[in-house]
Design a protein around this ligand. Sequence first.
Ligand code: LLP
Length: 489
Amino acid sequence: MTASMAASHLLSSSTSLPNILSRPSNQNRFSQNLTFTLKAAAKPPVIRAVLSQNPTTTSSPDSKTSQFQHCFTKSEDGFLHCESLKVQDIMESVERRPFYLYSKPQITRNVEAYKDALEGLRSVIGYAIKANNNLKILEHLRQLGCGAVLVSGNELRLALHAGFDPKRCIFNGNGKILEDLVLAAEAGVFINIDSEFDLENIVAAARIAGKRVNVLLRINPDVDPQVHPYVATGNKNSKFGIRNEKLQWFLDAVKEHPNELKLVGAHCHLGSTITKVDIFKDAAVIMINYIDQIRAQGFEIDYLNIGGGLGIDYYHSGAVLPKPRDLIDTVRELVLSRDLNLIIEPGRSLIANTCCLVNRVTGVKTNGSKNFIVIDGSMAELIRPSLYDAYQHIELVSPAPVDAEITTFDVVGPVCESADFLGKERELPTPAKGTGLVVHDAGAYCMSMASTYNLKMRPPEYWVEDDGTVRKIRHGETFEDHVRFFEGL
Ligand code: LLP
C-alpha cells in the first residue's frame, strides 16, 4: 500500500468515528459503575486451543494440558472475544482507553494447570508479585491456594494485606534493606540469603524482631538460561545469589547464628522467558547436589526452590512450548528421591496470557518509507517492547473492512520518544480511526512496569468474571492524583 493510499483510506474512514470519541476521555455512561453486564456473543467463539504440534518435544500428552483453553479468541465473524464477550463492546463501554482487560477464569485455569502438575508432591506455588500486583488478582490467587514471592517491603505489605499465609511467602532480592528484613522477620516469611552482607542484615533483623528466621540459600548454579541478558539471573556473572564455591562459608556463618537463622532450604532462579525445560533439569541436578552436601553437614533442610521463569507463546505461532506439567515432570523424580518440599515461583506463566492492553487507533501515517499505526497506548503503559525489544502479539478487535489493505506497520504510541513502540513491522489491515487494537499477553510485567511518563496516567484495569460480567479491578490514575503529590509542601 502506498502512502497516498494509506492517507486516502484514512480520510475516507474518519467519518466513521464512534460517538464516544467526541466525549471527554474520562466520561461515559459506565464511569460510575464498577461492574456492568454486556451481552454475551450470540455464537460461542471458536476456542483457540494451544496445542503441542511437534511430537519430538517434551510436552505432555496429558489431555488436561494439551487441550488448554485460552480466553482471547477470534470468532468466525472476525471479532475478538474475551471469554464470551466482544472486546469491542467492552472497549466502547468503559470510561477510558487504553485499559487492561483480564479474564478471571483464565487466571484460575493457569493456577489449576500448576496444581494438576504438582499432584503427588509437597509443594508451594509462590506467585511472583512483581509480575502483576493488582490487589484483586492477588486475592484471587491467594484464594486458589498460591503463596507469594516478594522483592520489597511494599510487596510484603501487599501480600499480607491480600491475606497470603506468611509461611507460603518468600522474600527474595540482592539488596534487601534492613527495615524490610525486619518486617519480613516479624511476619515470619521465608527469606533468601543472597550475599555475605545480606546474611549479616538478616541476622540483625532477626535480633530486632526477636524471631528466628527461616532462611534459604540462594545459590547461583551457573546455568545459562538462554534468554535476553536483562532477564538472565542464573549465570555466573549475574548480580544475584551466592557464588557456589562460597557455599561452605555460608554454611559456617549460619551455624554461628543458631538463635537467629534456621536453614530450611536452597533456592535458585535461572531467569525469565525460559522455553526449554532441560535448563530447569540441569539446574535441579546441580541444586540437589548442593542439598546433599548441606544435609551431610547435619542441616535438616526440607525445601528446594527452583524459582520461576517458564516462558509463554508470545508469538502466537503455535510453537511447542513447555507447560507447567513439563516443567514439574523434569524435576519430579529428583524432588521425590530426596523427599523435598518443592517451591516454584511462577509469575509470567500464571498471569501473562490472561490479559490484553486494549487501545484505540488515533490515526495512520507514513514517513514515506515506513507506515505507522498510532494508538492511544504507549511505552508508558507497556514498556516491554521498548525495553527488551520484546514481541507481544498485536491484532485488531474487529473485522477489517473488505477494502482494507494488509500493510506492514510499526504500531506506536504518542509518547515523545522514538523508543515508543508496541510492535514493529506488523502485517495488519489498515485500521480506521477509532478501531480497537490489542497488545496480547499483557498480564505480566506490563501494568506493574507502567509509568506516568509524559503524564500518561496509569490505565484502569477490568476483568471478565466467571459469570460473564465485566468488573473494574483498579481505578485509572488521574491528573488530580498527580497534583496531590504537591499539596501541602
Ligand atoms: N523468582 C525470582 C527470584 C525472580 O527474579 C523472578 C523474576 C521470578 C521468580 C518470576 O519469574 P517469571 O516466572 O515471571 O519469569 N520484566 C521482565 C521480567 C523480569 C523477571 C524478573 N524476575 C519482563 O518483562 O520480561
